[in-house]
Write a protein of this length. Sequence first.
Length: 432
Amino acid sequence: MGLFDFFKNKNKEVKEENIEENLTSQETVEPEKEEATESQASEENFEEVKEEVEEELDEIIEETVLEEDTEEFAENSEDNKEELNTKNADENTKETVEEISEEKAEEPVNNNATVENTESEETNETPKKGFFARLKEGLGKTRKNILGSVDSVLGAFTKIDEDLFEELEEALIMADLGVQTTMDICDNLRKRVKKENVTDLSKIKDMLCEEISAILTEGCEEEFEIKKPTVMLVIGVNGVGKTTTIGKLASLYKKEGNSVMLAAADTFRAAAIDQLMVWGQRCGVDVIKHEENSDPAAVVFDAANAAKNRKTDILICDTAGRLHNKKNLMEELKKISKVIEREYPEANKEVFLVLDATTGQNALQQAKLFKEVSEITGIILTKLDGTAKGGIVVAIKSELQIPVRYIGVGEGIEDLQKFNPESFAKALFDAE
């Protein structure tokens, strides 16, 4: 039912009531009039009441419509007001941007300041890591492996006894410290526990760290320095990263102010010469090379004479990857060494064996076998950052007494670092 129908019905009811009242009043006031007069009066009153009710109804309807129109108008006014404010705000923002742009256009541009600020922000975002930080990060997996195994063993015991030492030996062997090295460490621990009357399990871990640190630092001279002039042979099996290590060594020596030359004596591996040429261009050093499958000793002969005539500080010779059971290749290594001694006798000789730390005990066996056929003066241990078998450094130092000269703790050109026993021990045991 609509509003109009509601008021119409209501008006009709009111009208009928008024008619009844008027008729009653007429009958009461003039009871003696004639029937015709009463009927005429009633019709006239009915018409008057009808007109009054219709007028009241029209007024009510007009007021109702007016209220609805007023509310709708108010809502529309609010929407229009918001749109108007938004439009004005956009216009004000546009005017402000135009004013700022005009002011900036009038100011002189300082491109140098912009570049300096950008470089400063980049430097702040990616700070360069120091030597110890890179070393500590690179040894993260090895540290977790060794210390994690030790913590597990110590957590399973409540007192120090022989069972504890047996479990500790097994954990250290699994961490690639080597059988003989592990037995020596545990024997020393037993003696110290008995001598110092140690009963606290937590002290076993500190004593273990001291024993390993002592092995790494025992008999080590001061920081290793290359003598000038030097001819360096880099040997090792295929896949350990010899050529990449040579490139990093060249960059390191060049930054130290040395003149460097490379010899591409690995003439058998496909693209080995090209790879060394790329490193030579990257480091800005000369590379002496022959054709593929040529005699490696002939390449070293030319390189040794070129280094001597040019008075080059360091000559680094890349050699073919070889295994201990390849007799011809091992004999060729001896031939190369004889060529260097004959052609450049005044130069210092270094033979660096490159080992892959991820191979663990296999690296130790390679070192033993290469030592039998060549006088190895130092070891370069690569890929320490990608393995938990970094304990092999301790085994090599303890069992072979061959000094570790360089370690690789990352893929970057600066991640090949000189081996410092004290820093290595601190990084290995998370010390500062």
